[in-house]
Write a protein that binds this ligand. Structure first.
Ligand SMILES: Nc1ncnc2c1ncn2[C@@H]1O[C@H](COP(=O)(O)OP(=O)(O)OP(=O)(O)O)[C@@H](O)[C@H]1O
Ligand SMILES: [Mg+2]
Length: 292
């Protein structure tokens, strides 16, 4: 079936994710989230800790924890209905066309396999015909591309032998080199110093350019999201409370978004005291959904 390039890459409508607690009580973590992502678009997701950003990304990839209760009116990738798809087909999609850079790479890498062993597994899905030497070259090149200084040594290391930033780069190397059509990057630069962060963003840029990848970029760094993304959704308590063009985030209207912005002090001449966000119970009920 030829791909209709005009339709969105991803569509989520009314996503709900909950967990049953030890007392059997259901807690809602994502409460009716809707969003659309286009091909080649960089969509930032911002919002406080616990607002459901990671769960949303995981739901799209089919990587939710087994005890999560998930439902949605629509969840589509490239016109295909993810809700109706077999588990096998979803796994295939996840390995080949959708990738996620997970928030805690050290916990996401397999602790009993070397970096090269797990990269080989990931790369085998896309390049099954490579022989041993070619595969090794591809692994080293992928590590070098994310500016790992000593790729030969890192390739043969186990995850516990890596620093946090190196683990993050290994994860990025694994996920980016397949040229996915959708990449969910969950705080991909949070463990990296500024210079390496910039290099990683350049790598994401190149990937988007080359493969027209749709990127969901989850971050707490509002200035970075404003400069790197095209559009931003702001999440609060499991919902989208505001959507706007990234450059317009400074003019955001929702009081929660204004609060987030005010909590990012300017580097030059910062205020003596940071404002404390006063939450309004009405924000929990409110959902503006997609406005852009
Ligand atoms: N496996 C789980 N069991 C129970 N509750 C969970 C589980 N995973 C996530 N949650 C809850 O769901 C909510 C949303 O979690 P999520 O990880 O999506 O937050 P987040 O927006 O990514 O936060 P952060 O910015 O800290 O990464 C949180 O309140 C969290 O406690
Ligand atoms: Mg998270």
């Amino acid at each position: 079936m030829p791909t209709d390039m005009t339709q969105p890459l991803c569509e989520i409508d009314e996503l709900r994710i909950g967990f049953r607690g030890h007392d059997g009580e259901l807690t809602d973590a994502v409460r009716g989230l809707s969003l659309t992502l286009h091909r080649g678009e960089r969509l930032g997701i911002v919002g406080e800790s616990g607002s459901g950003k990671t769960l949303t990304g995981r739901a799209l990839l089919g990587l939710l924890p087994p005890d999560a209760l998930c439902q949605a009116k629509t969840m589509k990738f490239d016109g295909q209905d993810l809700l109706a798809m077999s588990a096998r087909k979803r796994r295939q999609l996840c390995g080949r066309q959708m990738s996620m850079i997970l928030q805690d790479p050290k916990y996401s890498l397999n602790p009993v396999m070397t970096v090269a062993q797990q990269m080989r597994e990931a790369f085998h899905l896309h390049s099954p015909k490579l022989d041993r030497r070619e595969m090794r070259e591809k692994i080293i090149a992928a590590l070098a591309a994310v500016h790992v200084r000593d790729p030969e040594r890192v390739a043969d290391a186990y995850p516990h032998e890596l620093s946090g930033g190196m683990g993050q780069r290994v994860m990025i190397a694994m996920m980016v080199s397949s040229g996915p059509r959708l990449l969910v990057a969950d705080e991909p630069t949070s463990a990296l110093d500024v210079l390496v962060s910039m290099q990683v963003l350049r790598i994401l840029d190149e990937m988007i350019e080359k493969h027209n990848t749709g990127l969901i970029f989850i971050s707490h760094d509002l200035p970075l999201v404003m400069s790197f993304c095209d559009r931003v959704v702001v999440m609060y308590a499991g919902r989208v409370v505001e959507t706007c063009a990234a450059r317009d985030l400074v003019h955001a209207q929702h009081p929660y978004t204004r609060g987030l912005l005010a909590a990012n002090p300017p580097l030059i001449d910062p205020p003596d005291e940071l404002p404390v966000l006063k939450r309004d119970a009405a924000w929990l009920a409110e959902s503006t959904g997609e406005s852009a």
